[in-house]
Design a protein around this ligand. Structure first.
Ligand SMILES: Nc1nc2c(ncn2[C@@H]2O[C@H](COP(=O)(O)OP(=O)(O)OP(=O)(O)O)[C@@H](O)[C@H]2O)c(=O)[nH]1
Ligand SMILES: [Mg+2]
Length: 328
């Protein structure tokens, strides 16, 4: 060790050894670098301090920050719609994701198993719908990014465990959503909302219907909520009622599928155009290209028209399953 290190430097070095966190270490190291005598005898030591600093800064970059946690909640939307699975700990969200989609999410009999969102794709007829498993809803803590993921979803599946006071669980979920200024819409008209609120369609699900007496609990849950929302019993574990579940999910999305065809050719029924209910022939054209929509003169429609191949204008409302030939 060079003999000519100052007390000032030694004090800074002591501080460096005492502190624990990376930002504190960086601060202490900065002081050491500032006060170290700068001459030939300390050249090597100064080099070491520099590389130590580089290492610490690298560690700081690697540490998960609030921003990173938030990023985990940024799930890219894929397929026809993005649906978030919400529920209290152990309600069976990860079981459902693992059983009904191509993805897998850890399942365990202890609460708080899921730590970050996991997306998976569910096949329904000729559609792929994205389901997102998330950590359980907690009363006292919301991860940054979580409310946004929910607000941006197309719909929610609210999962309750039928073996654990399901009405109470559902009330907690609805209250938590209220706190995030999210209004769940089930049956009936969409309510007018105050600024800052969003409305989301939701399907209520009573899970674990395979367990003894669970169906009694389901009937109580149903009589409590059936006027407000669509509701269904399932068993994620035993894959019970999955066909019905998929149909109900499609229903709450409020979308429809139409198929376009080229004159003289058959339509491709594996490639639906997905539109909001209430869309028109003009919207079908727009989904292909905006120039197409601008130049559209008329369309021929099979399905909802009075007769097959009927000529319709751009404001004609399309229905589920219609086949449409656009003419420009
Ligand atoms: N009998 C029965 N058990 C189920 C069913 N679905 C889930 N379970 C069990 O319930 C426990 C919790 O399941 P998970 O899928 O991990 O629940 P989760 O909602 O993802 O839990 P967190 O990630 O902690 O919020 C596990 O022991 C599962 O095996 C079901 O349909 N029937
Ligand atoms: Mg889970």
């Amino acid at each position: 060790m060079p003999a000519n290190l100052t007390p000032q430097y030694l004090e800074a070095e002591l501080k460096f050894k005492q502190v624990k966190t990376t930002p504190e270490k960086i601060k202490a190291l900065e002081v050491m670098m500032a006060v170290i005598p700068k001459h030939k005898g300390t050249e090597r030591l100064r080099g070491q301090l520099k590389s130590r600093m580089a290492k610490l800064k690298e560690d700081l970059q690697k540490r998960p920050t609030v921003g990173k946690a938030e990023q985990a909640y940024n799930i890219k939307r894929e397929g026809a719609a993005q649906i978030v699975l919400l529920g209290l700990p152990n309600s069976g969200k990860s079981s459902l994701l693992s059983q009904i989609t191509n993805a897998s999410s850890e399942v365990a009999d202890y609460p708080f198993t899921t730590q970050k969102p996991i997306p998976g794709m569910m096949k329904f007829e000729n559609l792929q719908i994205q389901l997102v498993d998330v950590p359980p809803v907690q009363l006292d803590h919301i991860e940054p990014g979580f409310p946004n993921l929910i607000r941006n979803a197309d719909a929610l599946l609210l999962l309750v465990d039928l073996t654990e006071d399901p009405i109470f669980q559902m009330e907690i979920l609805l209250e938590e959503l209220n706190g995030m200024r999210i209004k769940v819409v089930g049956k009936g008209p969409i309510p007018s909302l105050e600024v800052g609120w969003v409305s989301l369609p939701a399907l209520l699900i009573g899970n674990k219907c395979d367990v003894k007496d669970a169906m009694d609990a389901y009937r109580r849950l149903e009589s409590h909520f059936r006027d407000a929302s669509p509701i269904l019993p399932i068993s994620a574990k035993e894959r019970m009622n999955f066909d019905e579940l998929k149909k109900e999910i499609y229903q709450i999305l409020n979308i429809l599928r139409v198929y376009t065809k080229i004159p003289g050719k058959e339509p491709d029924l594996t490639e639906p155009v997905i539109l909001k209910k209430g869309s028109t022939v003009g919207d079908v054209a727009l989904s292909i290209h905006k120039d197409f929509a601008a130049k559209l003169r008329y369309a021929k429609i099979w399905g909802s028209g009075k007769f097959d191949g009927q000529m319709v204008k751009r404001d004609f409302l399309v229905n589920e399953g219609d086949v449409i030939e656009l003419h420009i």
